[in-house]
Design a protein around this ligand. Sequence first.
Ligand SMILES: CSC[C@H]1O[C@H](OP(=O)(O)O)[C@H](O)[C@@H]1O
Ligand code: ADE
Length: 291
Amino acid sequence: MTDVRIGIIGGSGLYKMDALKDVREVEVDTPFGKPSDALIVGTLEGTPVAFLARHGRNHTLLPSELPFRANIYAMKSLGVEYLVSASAVGSLQAEAKPLDMVLPDQFIDRTRGRVSTFFGEGIVAHIAFGDPVCKNLAAVLGEAIASLDLPDVALHRGGTYVCMEGPAFSTRAESNLYRSWGATVIGMTNLPEAKLAREAEIAYATLALVTDYDCWHPDHDSVTVDMVISNLTKNAVNAQRVIQETVRRLAQNPPPSEAHHALKYAILTPLDKAPAETKAKLELLLKKYLG
Ligand SMILES: CSC[C@H]1O[C@H](OP(=O)(O)O)[C@H](O)[C@@H]1O
Ligand SMILES: Nc1ncnc2[nH]cnc12
């Protein structure tokens, strides 16, 4: 099956897409193990999409336990070329209020030891990652948000997402440090996904849904899971409307993306000299370069 060009990864609070029609569950096995859950394949206004609950439908996986490689590989195996990640984030800036939406264009990596590459085992590749988000996909998300009437939701285009290890939230000193770096929002999941999506030549963009002010804000309580879920539940309807409108626009006018040829100048190892086993494992990603 290779007809699903649009993928959605739902994070904390977004475990399903209510508007999906003709739904079927697809259990995918990959050379990197099983994804977080079955992929839910269906149609949104006639357009095929694949949805995956990042932490599993019952939220059973910690950020550090997520099978990032399997998740992205599974999306690629269905034919996904555009991947929208909906994620709960804490805000590090006063102007990004809870329930606002941010479209980050940069990341800072504060994770530890997460495997964020498909490569190794005899094949070396270094993708360009100076612009980690597909700007054309983010622009479609931005246009979709702007076209909708979302009361009390401000849109922030651009910004830096700090990806921390978790699962504990930050200390106040850390939160203030990230603020001093000029970062906009904080979460625990999107950076490995963005790297792997780029290696898989999938255009990736984050729809960051602000749920809290982390712990730095003098006038707000420090973040708790209750706070995150209650705000994201309020936001889930909006997020689904945004995704639906984004899918409609992508189906009408799929934009070009530099991500779609990210491996063109990234692979250092001559593939005719590479181990057959690794080539077989990465065939899905490498096939257009294998000649
Ligand atoms: C439940 S609060 C912390 C949790 O929420 C975010 O998840 P996701 O990015 O999947 O929406 C954050 O990254 C943490 O994993
Ligand atoms: N304050 C926060 N820190 C890290 N991840 C989050 N997800 C939602 N809020 C968060």
